[in-house]
Design a protein around this ligand. Sequence first.
Ligand code: CP
Length: 309
Amino acid sequence: METGLSVRHLIGIKDLSVDDIRLILSTAVRFKEQINQPMKRVPSLRDLTIANAFFENSTRTRLSFELAEKRLSADIVNFSSSSSSVSKGETLLDTINNLIAMKVEMIVMRHPYPGSAYFLSKNVNAQIINAGDGTHEHPTQALLDAFSMMDRTKRDVSEMKIAIIGDIMHSRVALSNIFLLKKLGAEVMVCGPATLIPKHIESLGVIVEHSVEKALEWCDVANVLRIQLERQEAGYFPSLREYALAFGINKTRLNKLTKPITIMHPGPINRGVEINSDVADSEHSIILEQVENGVAIRMAVLYLLAGRM
Ligand code: CP
């Protein structure tokens, strides 16, 4: 029998049990069916007020949370730091406490500082959902990634080999994916230039590979990460062109494989750098399915956390 989540906030995958993750994934299956009906909206969160507080840019995560909240009939307010009094020097705590004074009960927050969601959860009287905190975690991205790979392959994550390719060092998506995939029993490999792979990452139970050809041949699913353009200026690799030559996922590389693999990318994509259009737009790519599934996953997270108020 399904019970509720073991957590009151969603700060990171690290805090979730295997039962929590399985419950979110199975609840999202039901919400995906619901939002594919002509009547997409359900009254589940009719009396709940949610603020989406984004202190860093976002397209997919912000719109996906907003749609998920609307599909669940919540009252919502949207807040972005650039158009708020944060630009006049107001602190994070003051800003969030002002939202709570207006009877906001749940805060979805993206913030550039690792640990900011945890800090809020300890210092304000509202439920907190981490929508990405710096280089730390992006839990709903990892949940929607696992959901999407199972949905496409019709296999459980525990039966899969997943290669995460690109900037592992600075990626909250990589860390949340590693925590989630290892908890569910998958085999996980990370691949990229040595400068973009953290030392001792093997202690998380992942394999390290520096040859993208070997990583692609090994895996069932390749999750390709964005190369953040500022990393080149910081000297992590010589040029974007050389990164693309050594690690870029293109049709030539995929055509040499002995079996087809599923290609994922959390977005936003740098076409021609970490992934070419002939792969991103191919039948093996589930990039837009990830975006579609993100709404159902976020509905599941909001719905289950509301049960822990
Ligand atoms: N995947 C992801 O987090 O995208 P956004 O930055 O557009 O939200």
